[in-house]
Design a protein around this ligand. Structure first.
Ligand code: FE2
Length: 324
């Protein structure tokens, strides 16, 4: 028990009589709140996630090795996950966010499926990759951003005349599982037959745009320094649970902290971030995370671009957003 000598906080000393009482409570699947209250209701968020950087030069040989060891067909989704040392049991990269790097050889594909978790991807390298979302086939290139919102059928692959492709997947799997709201289905066909998707009278809770091309996003980013990927119909985030943005980093930013987690990929350039008192140097394709309520700032001596995705739409929808 974490005792605190503050009015309004639990501060009960153990006695032999109380210890016997706690054992009796346990025997009936009961417990004394005052023994855990200070832990389960902390003064401010206590994320288990640890600020972590996954350097591309260290992880890419292991990502490529997956393509030699396991077939895309048997793995269903051949992905090397980025696992936060404090959130292993949730397969989370930070907080309620999952991320992984998927590798696909020319001519390979994943079979069509859908899930309750929302997904997004940011293409890291390669030529000839495509993704099919609710029947619509989208050709994706390096640094393109693609959505597969929750409930949409999707399959991905690389053309036979393409090159090995890697992309970062981001999903809210830990959020779905902590809400006990996850579902998964496989499509009756192995891959979808591509067809045009009608967008008239769009009522779905996510963006009707599934593919955001890098060239357009970068042009806008150069003007504004921050580019949020938005649902053009609402001006809000692309999906109800996750948002994404690009940031142009030219010097050091001010420290900030907020509720909600962020996972970054270095889209271009090199620089550094200070996260929770720790300094991380990063370069292109490195991935790193900022846990909730952790002070951070970024810096670069020459121009760098950070791609990131976050759980802020979910946090804000529940009125839980706070920042300093
Ligand atoms: Fe999926």
């Amino acid at each position: 028990m974490k005792r605190e000598n503050v009015v309004g906080r639990a501060n009960v000393e153990d006695t032999p009589e109380l210890e016997a009482y706690y054992r009796a409570l346990e025997g009936e699947e009961l417990g004394a709140l005052w023994n855990v209250a200070n832990e389960i209701e902390p003064w401010y968020p206590q994320p288990k996630s640890v600020p972590t950087l996954w350097a591309w030069k260290r992880i890419h040989p292991l990502v490529r090795k997956a393509a030699d060891l396991v077939s895309a067909e048997k793995a269903a989704r051949r992905v090397v996950m980025l696992v936060n040392p404090g959130r292993k049991e949730w397969s989370a990269a930070a907080g309620l966010l999952y991320t992984g790097v998927q590798v696909m050889n020319p001519g390979e594909f994943t079979s069509a499926h859908r899930h309750q978790a929302s997904a997004l991807r940011f293409v890291m390298e390669g030529r000839g990759a495509y993704t099919v979302v609710d029947g619509e086939r989208l050709e994706v290139q390096k640094r393109d951003f693609v959505l597969t919102p929750n409930g949409t059928w999707h399959d991905h692959g690389v053309e036979a005349d393409g090159t090995q492709c890697t992309w970062q997947d981001g999903l809210d799997i830990p959020l779905m599982n902590s809400l006990d709201a996850n579902f998964y289905e496989v499509h009756p066909k192995i891959v979808q037959t591509p067809s045009r998707l009608s967008r008239s009278n769009w009522k779905k809770p996510y963006s009707p745009v599934f593919l955001y091309k890098w060239d357009d996003a970068y042009k806008s980013l150069k003007r504004k320094k921050v580019f949020d990927y938005l649902n053009p119909l609402t001006g809000g985030p692309v999906m109800p649970t996750m948002g994404a943005r690009l940031e142009l980093i030219r010097s050091s930013s001010a420290f900030v902290r907020h509720t909600g987690s962020v996972i970054y990929q270095v889209a271009a350039g090199h620089g550094w971030s200070e996260i929770g008192g720790k300094r991380f140097e990063w370069e292109e394709k490195d991935i790193f995370c900022v846990p909730s309520w952790t002070r951070y700032r970024h810096g670069a001596s020459s121009e760098a671009v950070l791609f990131s995705f976050n759980d802020l739409p979910a946090i804000k929808a529940l009125s839980l957003y706070r920042e300093e």
